[in-house]
Design a protein around this ligand. Structure first.
Ligand SMILES: [Zn+2]
Ligand SMILES: [Zn+2]
Ligand SMILES: [Zn+2]
Length: 263
């Protein structure tokens, strides 16, 4: 396959509650900076006319309408927390328009949790109403090809839970994690674009922090780093002013072209 451009669109850069947070009147939740308005965390990976979604958030419908993509070719799940899966029912319009089922990919545990959370989608009973049409593919950690681009699951620790990030070409998306195992670090060399969880400054048992992710960025020496899964402790402009120039905060709607994407 010829080299093809890969574009990443940030659909959501916020933590599980989103920012603003319901009932909060802090300076970030009331900020006029549009970059301080963060839907739940997800990216869209677009290449060769295909669109691959990583995580289907509770904001998925709003994210799809705002971004304007009208095809959805596959969904990858990092893990089963509600902020990463609860938009799954809203993929139905893509089934209608494309007249096709959509493949979904997740680890065995995450897939089981998705099947439990959306039992009506997977139980095989006749519904007489429209449900998502999905084909489940369980990941065992091996790389897999989607429409000519190789995706590699990257094991991460999210507190005690083993979850996946994903590398594709010269980019990697590592949301929710508190630790990156050594073996996984070895699979993250030579990146042009690296997304890292950076919830806030204060330590958290299941998430990385700004300082921890700055250290990770230094170890991996990715050319461009974007922090995501951000809570209302971090004002966009104020936080970026304290970061090295190659590390930025992701924001909803940000589009990034990955250099040297793939052959
Ligand atoms: Zn999350
Ligand atoms: Zn707030
Ligand atoms: Zn999580």
């Amino acid at each position: 396959m010829a080299e093809c451009a890969v574009r990443i669109t940030v659909l959501g850069s916020g933590t599980s509650t989103g920012v603003p947070t319901i009932g909060c009147h802090c300076d970030v939740c009331t900020s006029a900076d549009p970059r301080d308005k963060r839907l739940r965390p997800s990216i869209l990976v677009s290449y060769g006319g295909h669109h691959v979604l990583i995580d289907a958030t509770p904001d998925f419908r709003a994210q799809a309408l705002r971004t304007g993509f009208e095809r959805l070719d596959a969904i990858l799940f990092t893990h089963e927390h509600a902020d990463h899966i609860m938009g799954l029912d809203d993929v139905r319009p893509f089934n209608f328009h494309q007249r096709a089922r959509i493949p979904i990919y997740a680890s065995e545990r995450t897939m089981a949790a998705i099947h439990a959370a959306f039992r009506y989608v997977f139980d095989g009973d006749e519904k007489g109403t429209a449900i998502p049409q999905l084909d489940s593919h369980t990941l065992n950690g091996a790389s897999f090809d989607l429409f000519g681009l190789e995706f590699t699951p990257i094991p991460l620790l999210h507190g005690k839970a083993a979850i996946y990030g994903f590398r594709f070409g010269n980019a990697a998306y590592l949301t929710d994690h508190s630790e990156i195992p050594e073996d996984s670090l070895d699979r993250l060399r030579g990146l042009d674009v690296l997304f890292l969880d950076a919830l806030r400054y204060k330590p958290h048992p299941t998430h990385s922090t700004v300082d921890r992710s700055i250290a990770t960025a230094g170890r991996l020496a990715a050319r461009r780093v974007f922090f995501t899964h951000i809570c209302h402790d971090l004002a966009h402009a104020r936080t970026e002013a304290r970061l090295p120039p190659h590390i930025r905060l992701a924001y909803d709607g940000l589009e990034i072209e990955v250099e040297g994407a793939r052959a």
